[in-house]
Design a protein. Structure first.
Length: 309
């Protein structure tokens, strides 16, 4: 019995000793990591968004794998691995080079159809997949927009114009707005004002009339004409001519809309409301056909008001 007790005591003592050794090993590892991080210029205690020292190895591994996939023509998988590598170590010294490759050699080539992929990663039924390009360029430019890379405005403009040419006007609107806000000094800012205005304007065709977005179109056509007059960035006389024609069309559309509201009031016998609306048409939209019609109908509404007194 005594021998059993002695064996248990020795066993417990051995376990405590092993736990102490394990704890000391952990402390030593943390000390070494902190020392390495300090030597590399990192904080000794990285915050939530700071890379930890182990991530550099994992990051490099992911990027090496991405380089191999890219060389084999596995472009979308390469993009995913590049993204993984950059997430693992955001201060990677190859960051600008990788971002440029993601955008110019992968994203934009998916967008313009240069890269084609087949079923299940094979060459069978190869076809273009521009939506992958939209996804890649949008995500990478958004994440890198504050880095000051010279190639970002060009990529953003190509993305926005692709959406515009494919009549995806609401998406194009958002991308042109992003370009104007984030790349103010870009060569593309002035023409983007025009295409942003066009994106708003073309959302208002037929049954989709919305006075709010039409007013936004008017605002951006006016901004475009101001910038074009200042000779800033890319512009063209044909766009200036078209912007002026659009502004005139918007004035006529808004005047017509106001006139029809007033006419509706008049037709329902609400002559005072009709007069209130109709007075605004020649004031806000002078020189239009609808201004003249509003004056004529206003005179009839005023006669009805006088008869009611």
């Amino acid at each position: 019995m005594r021998n059993v007790e002695l064996a248990l005591v020795r066993s417990n003592s051995s376990l405590r000793s092993e736990k102490r050794e394990e704890k000391m090993r952990k402390i030593l590892v943390l000390f070494i990591l902190a020392a390495c991080a300090a030597a590399a210029g990192c904080k000794s205690a990285p915050g939530e968004n700071e890379p930890v020292i182990e991530d550099r190895v994992a990051s490099q591994k992911a990027i090496d794998e991405a380089d191999i996939l890219f060389s084999k023509g596995k472009f979308y998988k390469a993009y995913q691995k590049y993204e993984e590598g950059l997430r693992l170590y955001v201060r990677n010294p190859r960051r600008e080079e990788i971002v440029k490759r993601e955008i110019e050699d992968i994203g934009l080539k998916f967008l313009d159809g240069t890269i084609k992929t087949g079923w299940f990663g094979t060459n069978l039924f190869r076809s273009a997949h521009p939506e992958l390009g939209v996804e890649i360029v949008r995500k990478v430019v958004l994440r890198s927009s504050k880095q000051g890379y010279a190639f970002l405005p060009d990529a953003q403009y190509k993305l926005a114009t692709y959406l515009f040419k494919n009549e995806r006007y609401e998406e194009a609107q958002r991308e042109f707005e992003f370009l104007i806000e984030n790349f103010k000094d870009s060569y593309w800012t002035t023409i983007s004002e025009f295409l942003l205005a066009e994106s708003f304007y073309l959302q208002n065709q037929g049954a989709r009339f919305d006075e709010g977005t039409l007013a936004d179109a008017q605002k951006h056509y006016e901004k475009f004409l101001e910038k074009a007059a200042g000779g800033v960035g890319r512009t063209d006389e044909k766009y200036v001519t078209q912007a002026r024609a659009r502004l005139e069309a918007i004035r006529n559309t808004m005047a017509e809309n106001q006139y029809l509201v007033g006419k509706d009031y008049f037709d329902h016998g609400r002559y005072r409301s009709a007069a209130y609306v109709l007075r605004r048409v020649p004031t806000q939209y002078p020189g239009t056909t609808w201004a003249d019609k509003a004056d004529q109908l206003l005179a009839k509404a005023q006669k009805k008001i006088d008869e009611e007194r």
